[in-house]
Design a protein. Structure first.
Length: 172
């Protein structure tokens, strides 16, 4: 069954369809949580909490075609609330690169991402970590696609400036 069909069934109360949706998107949810929370235990807990929240609110999903986007938005909101609650400093990074980076490179990437605004960090994470389409990011953020593109361009430009100045970004 296609994800959109599963979502339609889940909205109607089909628990099996809901579980299939969560199984389908659990890795994306985990990666998003880990990117925000920087901790495996917290990321797993976030996936569990978002699963419960999504189950309770599945009936509010207006467009089954955007189920993944809806789930990622719930995850982002949960993570941002956790960060605010715990007053932790966080930055986003591309998890695929972490495994191959040495410690210095990892720290440099953390520092570069920390130089960006929270909104820019979120856009970079959605686009390059989650491989989310511009169209879906626009829906998630409730902004036009052109705005997403221009913000991504500016964020990448800020990162390039940061790297070219050896970690001293004066643009942000």
């Amino acid at each position: 069954m296609e994800p959109q069909e599963l979502a339609q069934q889940a909205i109607k109360g089909d628990d099996t369809a809901f579980l299939a949706i969560m199984q389908l998107y659990k890795n994306d949810l985990y990666r998003t949580a880990y990117a925000f929370l920087k901790n495996e235990h917290d990321a797993i807990e976030a996936v569990q909490e978002v699963t419960v929240r999504a189950y309770q609110k599945i009936h509010t999903l207006k467009e089954p075609a955007y189920t993944k986007t809806w789930l990622i938005r719930i995850m982002i909101n949960y993570c941002q609330n956790q960060i605010a609650k715990n007053k932790r400093f966080t930055s986003n990074e591309k998890l695929q690169e972490i495994a191959t980076m040495d410690d210095t490179r990892f720290l440099e990437l953390n520092e570069a991402m920390a130089s960006l605004s929270k909104k820019d960090q979120q856009l970079i994470t959605l686009k390059y970590l989650q491989n989310t389409k511009i169209k879906d990011i626009a829906v998630l953020e409730n902004i036009p696609e052109g705005t997403v593109k221009s913000r991504l361009h500016k964020a990448l430009q800020s990162l390039r400036t940061f790297w070219s100045k050896g970690g001293e970004n004066t643009d942000v």
